[in-house]
Ligand binder design. Structure first.
Ligand code: SF4
Length: 431
């Protein structure tokens, strides 16, 4: 559905509308036409005495059939629809091969810089003092630039879980920024202005900070530290080999546990490093409709589970994140199939934890997703402005999703800690 088709139809139907009123109706009509693959005439036919209020009411009822009658009207977010085809994501497959590799002077001779020179001999290599910002203003061009740098400040921090959400005492080390996968919901799309892949060469300094830190273990048996907030923890591990430093470090500190979070099957470094009971390798899992349709360039569920089994055989424990759970017609059967495949495949005694979180995003990210993935289906659900300014499914839909999935997971994996992620504390405590 082209947005001009909707605009033209509404201009003919209600020619006297002001800018703001037009904007709201265009967005509602566009979202319904996109979701239902229909024409604007089908959802708002010409009718006697039609005005803005009656048109909006009809469109809201069609766009939000579950929540229209119960949600406060200010929770329906109807910003101007601004679609720029130049922002559309490039979904043609390509390997990660940066055009330019910047290396900060202080890490010119680091092992990571050496490996990058060997891996990308055709790239242009440039030395940088670390003060000049590198990268592209266009997120889709982020893989053109690799920066190997020395991190100076951002070593270790508590998980910036939405401040009003139920926290779990997680701690983060940010080993890298940027990812070569293209998940339609990825928050990195709207997080930074200049886009490149950033990889620190001074992992030893990150690890030194851990030794001096005090941790909250939350509801777990030991404090959890993880990477993978601004990148996938393993997607570049064949290049970075961070695993070869992290695994021995945590093996010597059994009072802590470290988590790699990934969708990749890039486990060679972990296998070489040997197993470690207090290192948990976690995979993001989903229904196959989402892994195949919205997580572009990622390995499918079966490959992820095969990598998990291999990792467990090597001596690691496993984690899984049903995040984001996407609600759509038929999603229950699809998610049940995913749980069934996990239960049939995985060594149950090796699964340490499983988190569940429904799809949520900021208002800015919504606009980015609809521009980069104009054919997405993940935004077709009913998202409302929520307690922390993010957009989420309504409470009822989220509770239904958790009431279905959480018991299923607890039954299939009785020894795993199953918990909700980034959720309203009132809802989290029900599960
Ligand atoms: S794997 Fe994670 S970091 Fe990479 S694109 Fe997907 S959501 Fe973003």
């Amino acid at each position: 559905m082209h947005v001009h088709t909707v605009e033209n139809y509404l201009s003919e139907l209600l020619p006297a509308l002001g800018v703001n009123k037009r904007r709201e109706l265009v967005r509602l009509a566009y979202e319904i036409c996109k979701r239902d693959a229909c024409a604007p005439q089908d959802i708002l036919p010409a009718q006697k005495n039609l005005n803005f209020e009656s048109a909006k009411k009809q469109l809201l009822a069609k766009r939000y059939p579950v929540n229209f009658k119960t949600a406060a009207k200010n929770r329906f977010y109807l910003p101007k629809l601004e679609l720029d085809p130049a922002l559309e994501a490039d979904l043609s497959a390509r390997p990660f091969y940066p055009k330019t590799v910047y290396i900060e002077t202080s890490v010119l001779n680091s092992p990571l810089a050496e490996r990058a020179r060997a891996a990308f001999p055709r790239a242009e290599f440039k030395e940088t003092d670390g003060k000049t910002q590198v990268g592209s203003p266009n997120f889709s061009r982020r893989l053109d630039t690799l920066l190997i740098h020395r991190e100076k400040y951002d070593f270790l921090k508590p998980c910036p879980c939405s401040c009003a959400a139920a926290g779990c005492g997680y701690n983060l080390i940010n080993l890298g920024f940027g990812c070569r996968f293209e998940c339609e919901y990825c928050f990195l799309q709207q997080y930074q202005n200049l886009h490149a892949v950033l990889l620190p060469a001074n992992v030893d300094e990150f690890l030194a900070k851990i030794d001096g830190a005090k941790f909250n273990k939350g509801p777990f048996d030991r404090p959890r530290i993880g990477s993978g907030e601004f990148t996938d923890s393993l997607v570049f591990d064949d290049l970075t080999r961070y695993s070869s430093q992290l695994v021995p470090f945590f093996r010597a500190r059994p009072h802590l546990q470290f988590e790699f979070k990934t969708k990749s099957v890039n486990i060679g470094g972990l296998l070489e490093a040997g197993g470690c009971e207090n290192v948990v390798v976690s995979w993001s899992v989903n229904s196959s409709k989402i892994t195949d349709g919205a997580e572009h360039f990622t390995p499918g569920l079966t490959k992820r589970l095969a990598a998990a089994c291999e990792t467990a055989r090597a001596g690691y424990r496993l984690g899984f994140h049903f995040d984001p759970v996407v609600i759509y017609d038929g999603c229950r059967a699809d998610y049940a199939r995913t749980v069934e495949e996990m239960a049939d495949t995985l060594p149950k005694d090796k699964v340490a934890w499983i988190s569940v979180g429904t799809l949520r995003f900021s208002r800015e990210l919504k606009k980015m997703i609809e521009n980069r993935f104009p054919r997405n289906t993940i935004l077709d659900g009913e998202f409302l402005l929520d307690f922390d300014g993010k957009m989420r499914y309504g409470d009822g839909q989220r509770k239904e999703a958790y009431a279905f999935l959480v018991p299923l997971l607890r039954k299939a994996f009785p020894r795993a800690h199953v918990y909700l992620c980034m959720e309203d504390p009132h809802i989290a405590k029900e599960f």
